[in-house]
Design a protein around this ligand. Structure first.
Ligand SMILES: Nc1ncnc2c1ncn2[C@@H]1O[C@H](COP(=O)(O)OP(=O)(O)OP(=O)(O)O)[C@@H](O)[C@H]1O
Ligand SMILES: [Mg+2]
Length: 390
């Protein structure tokens, strides 16, 4: 399908001298314009108002209306109209007024050289084309700008939504992490509270109650610490943690809060091995590692034979800790995944897969490293190392 031929430009010629109108009509009639001739200003106004105008070639001194008035009207009707004024007076004034009113050019009477007029009209038409093209480009640019602005605001909106959903996901992980970490001391508290209900001996009740207070503090501290996880640990909260004591506490908490299934848990940590850290966080590391080891090993050695051992030591450069079990081991291709959040091999509802991720975050927070070594069917060892001045 061919596109429709471009509309011809409307050239309006106005002169009260019939001969001149005739000549001009003859000059332009076979050209690229649709030509209308008018013998006076009034009819020219009517034509321009009803049919529009692209190019106006008008005598300045018409009997009824001044050619400069027609110029103004042409510009009102079409802001891109180009006007050439024909004048009998070769005065500078006339020329200047015409140009001031934004005429494209002027032509002097008598019209000796009609081809010069033809050229001037052609140049006026070319100037008009350039202005129209410019306007088209500007419009195009404005449209593209608008599109860009709306794409940008769409992108901003998406980004804000993404940040929001990441925040929500972060809050979800945080909440799951807190729930995970407080569940052991919470089970410990429940066990002790039940024991108090059954216990008649006041002294034992006091002991249980003070342990309940201890575990409640642990829960409070875990909530506070985990909620402010992103903040750098401030030195004022750090204490010198004696590992042997913290390991004992952690083992007791695991014993209180989980089914041991006959697994024997041993601590082989000599006294006077210290870490400069928050006690709670060190305890969380041991609780998670020992609990994982117990859970894996109990399933592997039903009844008895399962063993979990915690060892630690230090020299001038480093403090090292190991949690070793004789459980089922971790397949080589899965060892790289165990520290990922939500990686779990436990049945749905049994594990969240957050334990080792929390361990990893605590260890690295204190500039430590943690590694897993495991042989399938033989057991697993988690080894940590901290710089000596930690
Ligand atoms: N000592 C271990 N022996 C064998 N597999 C282990 C051991 N420790 C961890 N794993 C494996 O690593 C996975 C991730 O452990 P992690 O503590 O992060 O989560 P989880 O124990 O599955 O869940 P949750 O901690 O919420 O109970 C476990 O599901 C298990 O497959
Ligand atoms: Mg776990």
């Amino acid at each position: 399908m061919s596109s429709p031929a471009p509309q011809k430009k409307h050239l309006v010629i106005v002169d009260d001298e019939p001969v001149i109108v005739q000549i001009l009509h003859a000059v332009f009639e076979d050209g690229p314009y649709r030509v209308t001739t008018c013998a006076n200003g009034k009819s020219a106004m009517g034509v321009m108002r009803t049919e529009g105008v692209d190019l106006l070639l008008t005598d300045k001194n018409l009997p009824d209306i001044n050619g400069l008035e027609l110029l103004k009207l042409a510009k009102e009707v079409n802001e891109f109209a180009e006007v050439i004024i024909v004048t009998g007076y070769a005065s500078l004034d006339t020329a200047l007024t015409a140009l001031e009113l934004d005429a494209f050019d002027y032509v002097l009477k008598p019209l000796n050289n009609v081809f010069e007029i033809k050229k001037k009209v052609q140049r006026a038409s070319e100037k008009q084309d350039i202005r129209l093209e410019n306007r088209r480009l500007v419009n195009d640019l404005e449209r593209k700008n608008c599109e860009l602005a709306s794409a940008l605001s769409e992108a901003r909106k998406l980004q804000a939504e993404l940040i929001q959903s990441e925040k929500l996901a972060g809050i979800g992980t945080l909440a799951a992490g807190i729930a995970h970490e407080i569940s052991s001391p919470l089970f410990g508290i429940m066990g002790l509270a039940e024991a108090i209900v059954e216990e008649d001996e006041t002294r034992l009740c006091h002991d249980y109650a003070s342990e309940i207070v201890e575990y409640s503090r642990t829960i409070r501290d875990i909530v506070v610490e985990l909620s402010s996880y992103s903040r750098a640990s401030s030195a004022e909260y750090l204490t010198t943690v004696e590992l042997s004591k913290t390991v004992d506490d952690a083992i007791r908490l695991v014993e209180r809060s989980s089914e041991l299934g006959g697994v024997e848990i041993r601590s082989d940590v000599p006294p006077a091995v210290y870490l400069n850290a928050r006690t709670n966080e060190v305890q969380q590391v041991f609780v998670n590692l020992v609990k994982n080891a117990v859970e894996a090993t109990a399933a592997h050695h039903p009844g008895e034979g399962g063993r979990v051992t915690v060892t630690a030591g230090s020299d001038d450069d480093a403090v090292w800790i190991r949690v070793v079990d004789n459980g089922p081991g971790i397949p080589a291709d899965k060892q790289g995944l165990v520290f990922d959040p939500f990686y779990t091999t436990k049945a749905p509802g049994k594990g969240t897969g957050l334990g080792l991720n929390i361990v990893y975050r605590i260890v690295t927070k204190y500039r430590g490293t943690i590694q897993v070594e495991s042989i399938e069917g033989a057991g697993t060892a988690f080894s940590m190392s901290f710089p000596a001045n930690t």
